[in-house]
Design a protein around this ligand. Structure first.
Ligand code: PXP
Length: 249
């Protein structure tokens, strides 16, 4: 079974579009509530809940993360920038896992993943701090050999392969090559002892190919599930994705 982490950031995007100025995240007329969405997603079979607490607080707010920590029954995966401030926050929050993601241009590879190679010391510091606190670290990287090999050497137990380049190539002749890159990346990561997750741009159509990647542990999916939930409700949207992820399993 491939596990499903539901990324609920865009529920908060919708709330902030109307209520940012009020400074409120709950109560009164404030909606939609990402924590309620998370609980419904779990009820429908989500194996974990993912949020990205961005330093610009564009969607998820700190208060959301603390409420989630209390409310959910599965695993909380905190996506965060590789900074001392976010590390301090994560050590207080104690999520089940953190996924290090790039937030500024300097930290980003050409493919959009975290440039572990170019930020080795910063990444190592966070991986070690998390390990000491019993928090699993995942690194959101492009499916490139140097990034994968260094992730393994730094002792991050998990990686999340960036599927964005593949997703963007959906109507292009590059698609098979992008899928093959992901396939090779997943195989190499597994061979090096890494747990292989993947995410970004996965939807109800491309999941048919993504699910064929070897050694997949978990997929983190946000935008497509939140979008579908507008029409079908959250529980149906999550159930449908989980079914498509695991056809025949
Ligand atoms: N994984 C990571 C590391 C992300 O930052 C995101 C959000 O961009 C996702 C997965 C989910 O991507 P999407 O919303 O396109 O499904």
């Amino acid at each position: 079974m491939i596990l499903l982490g539901v990324n609920i950031d865009h529920c908060a995007t919708l709330r902030q579009a109307r209520y940012r100025e009020s400074g409120r995240t709950t109560g009164g007329n404030v909606e939609p509530d990402p924590v309620t969405l998370a609980v419904l997603a779990e009820r429908a079979g989500a194996d974990g809940i993912t949020v990205h607490l961005r330093e610009d607080h564009r969607h998820i707010q700190e208060r959301d993360v603390w409420r989630l920590r209390e409310a959910i029954a599965t695993r909380l995966n905190l996506e965060m920038a590789c900074t001392p401030a976010m590390t301090e926050f994560a050590l207080k929050l104690k999520p089940d896992s953190v996924c290090l993601v790039p937030e500024n241009r300097k930290e980003i590879t050409t493919e959009g993943g975290l440039d572990v190679v170019g930020n080795e010391d910063r990444v190592r510091a966070v991986v070690e701090a998390m390990r000491a606190a019993g928090i699993v670290t995942s690194l959101f990287i492009s499916p490139d050999e140097p990034q994968i090999e260094l992730s393994a050497r730094l002792g991050s137990p998990w990686i999340e392969l960036h599927t964005g380049a593949y997703a963007e190539a959906c109507h292009s002749p590059r698609r098979p090559a992008e899928l093959e890159r992901l396939r090779r990346g997943a195989a190499l990561a597994h061979q090096l002892g890494l747990v292989v997750n993947a995410g970004h741009g996965i939807n109800y159509v491309n999941i048919a190919e993504i699910r064929t990647l070897p050694h997949l542990h978990e997929l983190n999916i946000g935008h497509s599930i939140i979008s579908r939930a507008l029409f079908t409700g959250v529980e149906e949207a999550v159930r449908e994705m989980k079914t498509r992820m695991n056809v025949g399993k």
